[in-house]
Unconditional design. Structure first.
Lengths: 439, 30
């Protein structure tokens, strides 16, 4: 309930910020209208500009606003609201071009002025942002390069949009209305200052060193780091961190990874990482004493937020085991007595991280482990293949609606597990998952 | 489910912006 109220508060704040310029437009003395579609288009443009400003607030990773939802939901929201913003931005000139001959004249090369150029270029940059984000992988743009381009394009598009608004000058005839956009600009600059300067400086002052790199399974490595002369941040089992390695914190080359370590252990942090891209393929090349920067903790995917009297069920696919391992180690360390179940699916035992450790974990914890290798060894007598409703029903107790479920893995596995468990009677509020492909 | 939450919030925000823009144009032009 506490998180629900906080969530509602931050949604209200967000909507307030998004709608503020439109509300100011509606206030005070207003000149006569220029025509319904003209004014509608203008108001859409203003709304879109304020949404652009808030976009930076969303991705600034402020911990308090993100806490009720989890950063993954915020990033997904950023993605969807950006697509809707693009539609609204496109509607602004489309309506004017379709209905106002004067605008078509203004856009002719011989007559176009600076603020109209700013508007057109801003729209083109937004188009580039959408295309490069939706089809980054198909366009073969490395993540780090994309992130830098994304930020630069977004900054340029926003500044050009403000130049366009200021130049066009409609409905900014009173001091209060003139003040809105400079005020938004100042807020935006403060966010930039925090993200690009203050936070990197803070990370620079709390460096970590690589202790070791452990091979856990085929293409899966655990990076163990320890702080250099400072304490590790308190985190909950299942949360994640942004990791900067091989570069300075000012480089913006940071990547999110779940903690796989036990948060009760206060002298080191562990991240278990699968080789999936350019950065993750370099994890094994990390050498002892190498410096690493960690921005943490983030995420709402943790058992500590969802007390469950009768125990937890964990469902992992592949590298999705990392945050669940953190939760299981924490439960073992806390001498938890409740009965828990772990379903762990993977391609083969050789590719499933922590196989031996998890097999032995029932000695320390009231835990039933169900391994599901798709390609099991010849002498395998356990479950095999993909997780499905029959396998879940075979191992779950009859009071399954009373349990809390933590699901992490590839999207098809998460979708299947959520759908089937809900169909089996588990309330949606007891199903918890992590969208770990949000970047 | 979490993705659906994000989608719903995004659509809600966009609808409110469009609604306010329509209201503004209506008030301005009677």
């Amino acid at each position: 309930m506490r998180y629900f109220i906080r969530g509602l508060f931050w949604i209200t704040v967000y909507l307030g910020m998004a709608l503020f310029p439109c509300l100011v437009l509606l206030s005070g003395n207003m000149p006569p209208g220029y025509g319904y579609l003209w004014d509608f288009s203008l108001a859409l443009g203003y709304g879109a500009a304020s949404m652009m400003a808030i976009m930076f607030f969303l991705t600034a990773r402020f911990k308090r606003p993100a806490l009720p939802f989890g950063v993954d939901v915020i990033y997904y929201f950023h993605k969807y609201i950006a697509l809707l913003l693009f539609v609204i931005v496109a509607a602004h000139p489309a309506i004017l071009l379709a209905t106002e001959p004067v605008v078509r004249e203004m856009l002719k090369p011989a007559q176009i002025n600076r603020y109209m150029v700013a508007g057109v270029v801003s729209f083109l940059l937004l188009t580039l942002i959408v295309v490069s984000s939706l089809w980054r992988k198909q366009l073969n743009i490395p993540y780090d390069t994309w992130r830098l381009i994304h930020a630069l394009l977004a900054i340029a598009a926003f500044i050009l949009a403000l130049i366009h608004i200021e130049g066009a000058g409609y409905y900014i005839n009173t001091p209060a209305k003139r003040l809105i956009w400079p005020l938004i600009m100042v807020c935006w600059l403060l966010i930039q200052l925090y993200v690009r300067l203050i936070r990197p400086l803070r990370l620079l002052s709390t460096p970590y060193r690589v202790k070791e790199v452990i091979k856990e399974a085929d293409e899966v490595y655990t990076l163990v780091v320890e702080p250099r002369h400072h304490e590790i941040p308190a985190y909950k089992p299942g949360q994640f961190a942004w990791l900067t390695m091989f570069y300075s914190p000012f480089s913006m080359k940071e990547h999110p990874f779940s903690f796989s370590s036990n948060p009760e252990q206060k002298d080191e942090l562990r991240f278990t990482i699968k080789e999936l891209g350019d950065f993750t393929k370099r994890i094994k090349d990390a050498v002892p004493d190498q410096t690493v920067y960690i921005d943490a903790p983030y995420g709402a995917f943790t058992i500590d937020r969802h007390p469950s009297e009768r125990g937890y069920v964990f469902i992992a696919g592949g590298i999705g085991i990392a945050p669940l391992r953190s939760m299981l180690r924490a439960l073992a360390d806390r001498k938890d007595q409740r009965p828990h179940i772990l379903f762990f699916a993977g391609k083969s035992l050789e590719k499933m991280a922590f196989y031996e450790e998890l097999k032995a974990l029932p000695d320390q914890l009231n835990l039933k482990v169900v391994f599901l290798p798709q390609h099991p060894p010849a002498n395998w007598s356990g479950e095999t293949g993909y997780l499905n409703r029959e396998i879940l029903a075979r191992h779950l107790p009859t009071h399954l609606p009373e349990l809390n479920y933590f699901i992490c893995g590839p999207a098809p596995l998460m979708d299947m597990a959520e759908k089937e468990l809900h169909a089996m009677g588990v309330p949606l509020q007891n199903l918890h998952s992590e969208l770990f492909d949000f970047v | 489910m979490r993705e659906m939450l994000a989608k719903t919030l995004a659509v809600l925000t966009a609808v409110m912006i469009i609604f306010l823009a329509a209201a503004f144009a209506l008030i301005q032009n009677g």
